[in-house]
Design a protein around this ligand. Structure first.
Ligand code: NAP
Length: 347
């Protein structure tokens, strides 16, 4: 018999993504019967409120999932912890929606953005794990999908402007302390989460470099897009850059299509796509209507698209500017949308 409420576990509950999970579960009134919160031993005993009730954070260990009968686990403790704990949770019967990079390219694990490939969720049972894509990939594929379906995309050139929250709460703190440190001329800057000073800098390196000169983040954007869109034929090249912003990634996306398009149709099509909000009134007196920007989009659900214009340097070229909240649509919201489909259709 179909349940009307579910036991939910959150791994990494004290982190940026974990906290957002809780906020969104509450906002969307997800049918939660029981809630289990897990984090590292640093947070043992911490109390977190959900819908007015206090929950105590448990230290994650190999026995954490035993005898709890958890239906769905929303997991975001980092790739190495996920590699160990997600399969253990899956073995105990939970469906794990994993936010880390560890399982994304596993052929037996669906990689899902609900606006793009919701039907792939049906393969969840191969490992009882579903992967949430990288934040920079999620916000790019949402507008690419309708354009590809109608005009067939040949090539994409993307440059990202990624916020510090994409690297977790300590990375955001690093931007804050470095910024106040520089302004107050207080001591030396010691980069820890970033390779160089992030305050007042743009860093053209996210994650580590590989031999071919690309970073792992750039390679993720290419491979994950191919897997989600089910089309390895799309040429994609990415340059990913960290910028001194707290929330929301921006992306300049240059697209070449096979078929010619009318720019008005692209604008209409994107504004009619679920999950996209077009903000593209460049001569408006109201700055919020001209184009999407970080402080306006933070905390919102949609993927915002603006600066929609033809690229006149090639035959069927298009430029768009895409902004989304990386902790929300780029992580927690996307995972909860997957969980919603899971309970509606499969559990
Ligand atoms: P974060 O703010 O640094 O939080 C990490 C969380 O994981 C904390 O709750 C931490 O617990 C917990 N944790 C770390 N090691 C653990 C372990 N061995 N066992 C149990 N819990 C452990 O990071 P975040 O931004 O939430 O990101 C978490 C994951 O989501 C990463 O894999 C990241 O790549 C992915 N992700 C993040 C974003 C984003 O925009 N931030 C987007 C997409 C995907 P303590 O507090 O106890 O240390």
């Amino acid at each position: 018999m179909k349940k009307d409420k579910y036991s939910i576990g959150i791994i990494g509950a004290t982190g940026l993504v974990g906290r957002e999970f809780l906020e969104i579960l509450e906002q969307r009134n997800f049918p939660v019967m029981k809630l289990y919160l897990f984090a590292s031993e640093n947070s043992m005993g911490e109390v977190i409120k959900f819908k007015g009730t206090d929950y105590i954070v448990e230290t994650l260990n190999e026995d954490s999932f035993k005898k709890k009968k958890i239906d769905i686990i929303l997991s975001s403790p980092g790739a190495s912890a996920s590699s160990k704990y997600s399969p253990l949770a899956a073995k105990e019967g939970a469906v794990v929606i994993d936010n880390t990079s560890y399982f994304r390219m596993d052929d037996d694990v669906p990689l899902v953005v609900p606006e793009v490939n919701p039907d792939d969720i049906r393969y969840y049972g191969k490992k009882n794990i579903i992967s949430n894509p990288n934040c920079s990939t999620i916000q790019m594929v949402v507008p690419l999908k309708p354009i590809h379906d109608k005009y067939k995309i040949k090539r994409v050139v993307v440059s990202t402007y990624q916020s510090t929250s994409g690297a977790g709460k300590k990375a955001m703190d690093e931007l804050f302390y470095q910024t106040t440190g520089v302004i107050n001329a207080k001591g030396d800057i010691f980069p820890e989460k970033f390779p160089i000073q992030i305050a007042f800098n743009c860093i053209p390196q996210i994650d580590v470099f590989s031999e071919d000169g690309y970073t792992k983040e750039e390679i993720k954007m290419v491979k994950e897009t191919h897997k989600i869109m089910h089309d390895k034929g799309i040429g994609i090249t990415a340059t990913t850059v960290r910028v001194p912003v707290f929330f929301c990634h921006g992306e300049s996306v240059n697209i070449e299509t096979e078929k010619p398009f009318d720019i008005k149709d692209i604008k209409t099509m994107l504004s009619e796509t679920k999950g996209i909000k077009v903000v593209d009134n460049i001569f408006s007196d109201n700055p919020d209507e001209r184009y999407p920007y970080q402080t306006h989009v933070a905390g919102l659900d949609d993927v915002f698209v603006g600066r929609i214009r033809k690229d006149f340097s090639i035959q069927n070229g298009l430029n768009i500017w895409v902004v989304a909240d990386n902790v929300r649509k780029g992580a927690a919201l996307n995972a909860i949308q997957i969980a919603e489909i899971l309970i509606q259709k499969y559990l």
